[in-house]
Write a new protein. Structure first.
Length: 225
């Protein structure tokens, strides 16, 4: 049990950290049937719960409590998806005053909030569970130019995929606002893309949707994922 999880439990806040396993082909829908066996077929989830919590100097807001002991405050919606939303969130920590008040940290994340009901319909062009299983598989050991899946959570209604927040946004936006790049800059970006793709191929994964929109930049726009 993490130190934060122990502190939460002392305050009467306990989320059972049961590690659930969803089969990408059977637990949600059969879209994954026919995929080659090298594609990961399982996603491991920790339990989660939405609770109101008091944030020092801010007020009371709904936050996501993870069975791992992490607590996230939703800040804003980044975009909507066919299966839900992608939200910008901040990780919280307990204030040392011991009264159950939280304070914000400098750790920012992006959380994909996916509706189980929509996934269960089975008529999506993309299967988010296959994507999650693949990200989970690629996150060990991981690669600096491949987006890591921090943790995967679920409650009765939603699946939550916690990812690093890339403040630089999409490479598409950089090209759209900045225009054409010189050869040296293009080489720098393309080298990082190739390194990321090489890691995927070393793990027998093919991306099949490389685009400017699917390349994200970190805060100082010098590194991509």
């Amino acid at each position: 049990m993490s130190e934060l999880a122990a502190q939460l439990q002392a305050l009467g806040i306990r989320i059972e950290p049961t590690d659930a396993v969803f089969r990408t082909g059977s637990d949600m829908h059969d879209y994954a049937q026919g995929f080659q066996s090298c594609i990961p077929q399982e996603v491991h989830f920790m339990n989660a719960e939405l609770r109101n919590c008091h944030i020092m100097g801010v007020g009371v807001f709904p936050c996501l409590f993870s069975g791992s002991g992490h607590v996230y405050e939703f800040v804003r919606t980044l975009r909507k998806c066919i299966y839900g939303k992608v939200k910008h969130a901040v990780q919280l920590r307990l204030h040392p005053n011991g009264n159950g008040t939280f304070v914000r940290t400098n750790v920012e994340v992006a959380i994909k909030v996916m509706s189980k009901a929509i996934i269960q319909q089975g008529n999506l062009q993309e299967n988010p569970l296959v994507e999650l299983a693949t990200q989970q598989y690629l996150s060990t050991p991981g690669h600096p130019h491949v987006l890591t899946l921090i943790e995967c959570l679920h409650d009765p209604e939603f699946i939550y995929a916690v990812l690093p927040f890339c403040r630089g946004g999409e490479l598409f936006s950089l090209v759209e606002t900045g225009g054409a790049m010189d050869e040296g800059e293009c080489r720098r970006w393309f080298t990082q893309v190739l390194r990321g793709v090489a890691y995927l191929q070393s793990r027998y994964i093919c991306h099949r949707d490389m685009s400017l929109e699917n390349v994200l930049l970190d805060g100082n726009t010098s590194k991509m994922k």
